[in-house]
Write a protein that binds this ligand. Structure first.
Ligand SMILES: Nc1nc2c(c(=O)[nH]1)N[C@H]1C(S)=C(S)[C@@H](COP(=O)(O)OP(=O)(O)OC[C@H]3O[C@@H](n4cnc5c(=O)[nH]c(N)nc54)[C@H](O)[C@@H]3O)O[C@H]1N2
Ligand SMILES: Nc1nc2c(c(=O)[nH]1)N[C@H]1C(S)=C(S)[C@@H](COP(=O)(O)OP(=O)(O)OC[C@H]3O[C@@H](n4cnc5c(=O)[nH]c(N)nc54)[C@H](O)[C@@H]3O)O[C@H]1N2
Ligand SMILES: [Mo]
Length: 820
């Protein structure tokens, strides 16, 4: 069908046919009906790009974009986000906060809210911004947290919030993130870059050259379903080839994990169960074998590395604790036999070996160590910089490992005030507090303002927040230890959240503003964060529901309150911004790609930049370390870091070391009281807390309406628990209800509740039962170490039992209790 005829039909349908044609035509050949009734539009998401059928002003159906050969089943959850009963419908203000004007923090979280008009809500938000700057100063305002905002370069909501808040006054910022806090801090000292967010060796090189692949704490089949930008899923084509090669015995893949994860089940590869949190002990045993059996690459160590001697003395028990880290020593801790440890070490040097690390392993106490130690093992093997050899810390993330096309991504809406624009409150006096904090320490600020902590070679003085603005993240999902958070939030006078979903963060706020979703606005996004596959048009599918508005419109209104709205928008509306970002992107790509005019691109729905050329990480360094040094202080791989040694930290010293954890299962500290290790891995059927609100989709995995807890059948049997039972999971920090799923993919002593399950407390009081199953009701809020101060969510022990009491309803979903 020609474009003009299709347009004609679409136009006809949009105005009249929908009501005239009715169901008889819908019953006809589906493809034909789809073509003539309603319209098909293109949009994007973290879960991939798709075509959406819009009919009668409603999103009816979604099918993957034709470029996506491996779409995720999570596309089935999208409709349920848009039409969720948990949508934020109207601007809402917490009853007690509004009534008393004294913040009444004690009842924060009781979920009782009053509906107000947009004008009233924005006035209150602005009044509070003014009051904080006037009565306190920039140190009292936390607007630094941002997370997995929905896709689209223009509407990226954290930028909108921070630009307007920043035009008004200064505020506390953050450094690092929850994903890779420990990894991104340690690796620059060791390998000269964060590594975690760097493009990695192309999958094609790995498939061609690797004899062995070690998937270390790594579940790419699960985690590559989502991407930071609109995801392409190109990696899955390589994983398919890998599966074939495993079946034919051409590549030996070994997973090191306390769990037989989705990737192992998909690849059907070999597996090494390791006790949780003990990888460093295991690796020290491996290093001992490589050294004593003289299997390690002496030339590589001599040419490319610094500080091997100090490290090996520690391994041999000549320094520090004077314990020789032989495989027998390691076996006691990690649960892998000494023979298996030796076998593993010999396997590493038997041919070309690529180690692929996931991130979960550094989201634990001393999370810096396994990454550093991994680099040391890779250095001893000596294949860093060779195709199919060495170490990677990112092949499970976005499109890392898919060759880059070199396509330049479009820019976004500016996060900061424009050059030369001073904030209304031009005050840089932070009252002796630090103006930037390590991201995961914000709750500590509320509990211990003024405390000095050590962080990455510097000192940080925790500020004394009075107000917090939340946009594009859900701290009442992402942070650890809910009951500690409840206590801490009492120190806040005002919390403002802008979201489209009534999350627990809304429940614990005072002012909640309804944003719209990415499918209720126009935008563009890069297709493939690392592959640079091209550009996606995000065509508005439906008008914003209820009273929701784009973040851009909301923040324009805030800017209007202090007369800066024209500076904020630069005088452009949504489509003018989208067109401008496109035209800048087109200019930036001129030399390499022939991009059409905007209208042609928009009509088609995407620009395909094709595929890139394979590449090998660190190949240039290997070729000539003098000309292409690493970014470390010495330019070499630092097995021992003098810089870190000089910091004098207890839990991150001059070279990687084994440190006992504050909580560890399988006989470690705390396991007598709470014997089970709770891992809170990333969800298979959500993006964190996003899509938990999608009712029908949630029903595909929930158990008695609760989040699943995965348990080994032996452990369950010992407690009389059967598949589908309700389980109370608890420790000294909290308690929750979850639904039992028994599976022998989990080692005894290991349970999982996926992060992002919506927190649903019985009431606002500390210790209240969580009725749905948010694992952060139980996790510890402790720093990885003085170096990174990163989250350690996976250092967590629990006990559980069959739940026999009267079953409380789930309180997580459906929005606030509206009070008039
Ligand atoms: N126990 C445990 N905790 C963890 C982890 C773990 O492994 N275990 N993982 C951590 C990691 S790695 C991460 S990255 C974090 C993720 O933490 P977050 O990024 O906070 O998680 P999300 O659930 O994605 O929250 C995004 C929120 O922003 C809202 N939002 C999305 N788009 C928009 C928009 O355009 N406008 C507005 N106004 N709002 C929007 C969504 O509705 C949602 O409520 O969680 C961390 N927490
Ligand atoms: N479907 C989906 N994909 C996602 C996300 C999502 O929310 N949903 N989130 C994205 C984001 S923001 C991030 S940060 C990444 C997270 O990526 P990761 O942090 O790598 O992912 P996880 O699934 O939490 O953990 C990966 C594996 O580590 C194993 N593991 C945990 N602890 C240990 C240990 O002590 N030793 C060993 N050897 N193994 C261990 C787990 O059993 C699991 O199989 O995923 C991204 N991809
Ligand atoms: Mo993350």
């Amino acid at each position: 069908m020609s474009v003009s005829r299709r347009r004609f039909l679409q136009g006809m349908v949009a105005t009249s046919a929908a009501s005239v044609i009715g169901p008889s035509l819908l019953g006809m050949n589906k493809a034909m009906a789809a073509e003539t009734v309603g319209t098909w539009k293109v949009s994007g998401s973290h879960w991939g790009a798709f075509r959406a059928h819009i009919y009668g002003g409603k999103l009816q159906e979604i099918k993957p974009l034709e470029l996506d050969k491996h779409p995720t089943e999570m596309l089935n959850g999208i409709k349920g986000i848009l039409y969720s009963p948990s949508r934020v419908r109207y601007p809402m203000v917490r009853l007690d906060w509004l009534k008393k004007h004294k913040y009444s923090a004690a009842t924060r979280g009781n979920n009782r809210f009053v509906r107000v008009t947009w004008d009233e809500a924005i006035d209150l938000f602005y009044r509070e911004l003014e009051r904080i700057q006037k009565d306190y100063g920039p140190w009292a305002l936390h607007a630094g947290q941002t997370g997995w905002r929905q896709t689209g370069q223009f509407h990226s909501c954290g930028n909108h919030m921070q630009r307007v808040v920043g035009m008004h006054g200064n505020y506390i910022k953050k450094v690092g993130d929850y994903s890779t806090g420990a990894g991104q801090t340690i690796l620059p000292y060791v390998l000269g870059s964060t590594e975690v967010y760097a493009q990695g060796t192309s999958w094609s090189e790995i498939l061609e050259n690797s004899d062995n692949i070690v998937l270390w704490a790594n579940d790419p089949v699960k985690n590559l379903q989502v991407g930071w930008n609109c995801e392409t899923h190109e990696s899955f084509a390589y994983l398919e080839q890998l599966k074939e090669k495993v079946a034919k015995g051409e590549i030996n893949v070994l997973s090191v994990d306390p769990v037989k994860n989705k990737t192992q089940r998909y690849l059907n590869n070999d597996h090494l169960y390791i006790n949780p949190q003990t990888d460093v002990a295991f690796m020290l045993g491996v290093a001992h074998t490589l050294y004593t059996e003289e299997l390690y690459n002496k030339d590589f160590i001599k040419t490319y590395c610094l500080g091997f001697d100090d490290f090996i003395q520690y391994v041999m028990g000549e320094t520090k604790d004077k314990i020789e880290k032989d495989p027998e020593w390691a076996a006691e801790i990690c649960g892998v036999s000494a023979d298996k440890i030796r076998e593993f070490a010999r396997m590493l040097v038997n041919g070309r070996t690529q180690m692929l690390f996931g991130w979960c392993i550094q989201r634990q106490e001393h999370g810096e160590q396994p990454y550093w130690m991994g680099a040391v093992i890779a250095a001893m093997v000596g294949q860093i910089g060779l195709p199919g050899g060495g170490i990677s810390y990112g092949h499970h993330y976005s499109s890392i490992g898919v060759p880059s096309t070199g396509f330049a991504a479009p820019g976004g809406f500016p996060r900061n005030p424009d050059e030369g624009q001073k904030p209304k409150w031009d005050n840089n006096d932070f009252n002796g507090y630090s103006s930037t904090i390590p991201v995961a320490r914000w709750i500590d600020c509320l509990l211990e303002p003024g405390k000095q902590i050590r962080y990455n070679g510097s000192k940080v003085t925790l500020p004394d927040y009075k107000m917090m603005v939340i946009s594009g993240c859900n701290p009442w999902h992402h942070h650890q230890d809910r009951n500690k958070m409840k206590k801490a939030f009492k120190a806040l006078q005002t919390v403002v959240t802008i979201d489209f979903a009534w999350t627990a963060s809304c429940r614990f706020s005072d002012i909640v503003l309804p944003a719209c979703t990415q499918w209720e606005r126009n935008d563009i996004d890069v297709y493939g964060s690392y592959s640079g596959r091209g550009l996606i048009a995000m065509q508005k599918l439906v008008d914003p529901l209820f009273q929701s508005k784009t973040d851009f419109e909301i923040m324009t209104e805030v800017a209007r309150r202090f007369g800066r709205h024209k500076e904020y928008t630069r005088g452009m509306d949504e489509m003018e911004w989208v067109r401008q970002l496109y035209s800048e992107c087109r200019d930036a790509n001129k030399a390499k790609f022939d991009m059409p005019e905007f209208d042609e691109f928009w009509e088609k729905g995407y620009f395909d930049a094709g595929t890139g050329k394979p590449w090998v990480r660190h190949a240039d360094f290997r070729e000539d370390p003098e000309i292409n040094p690493l970014g470390t202080p010495s330019g070499f791989i630092e097995i021992t870091s003098r810089k870190i040694d000089r910091f004098g930290y207890e839990h991150c010293q001059g070279h990687p070391m084994w440190f006992e954890k504050s909580e560890r299962s399988h006989g470690g500290p705390g396991s007598d009281k709470h014997p089970y290790w709770l891992q809170s891995c990333h969800p298979d059927k959500r993006l964190h807390s996003q899509m938990c609100e999608s009712e029908e989709f949630r029903a595909t995995y929930a158990v008695q309406g609760r989040e699943p807890i995965y348990i080994n059948p032996q452990d369950a049997a010992a407690k009389g628990i059967q598949n589908g039972d309700l389980v109370r999971v608890y420790n000294d920090r909290g308690q929750l209800l979850a639904g039992a799923v028994l599976t022998d993919s989990y080692a005894p002593g290991v349970v999982r509740i996926e992060e992002g399950a919506w927190y649903g407390p019985l009431n606002e009081k500390e210790g209240a039962m969580d009725t749905y199953g948010d694992p952060n009701t139980l996790t510890q809020d402790i720093p990885s170490s003085e170096l990174a101060q990163a989250t350690s969510a996976n250092t967590c022990l629990v006990e559980f039992e069959k739940f026999t009491g009267s079953v409380p309803p789930v309180t997580s979903f459906g929005g606030p209790i509206e009070v008039s």
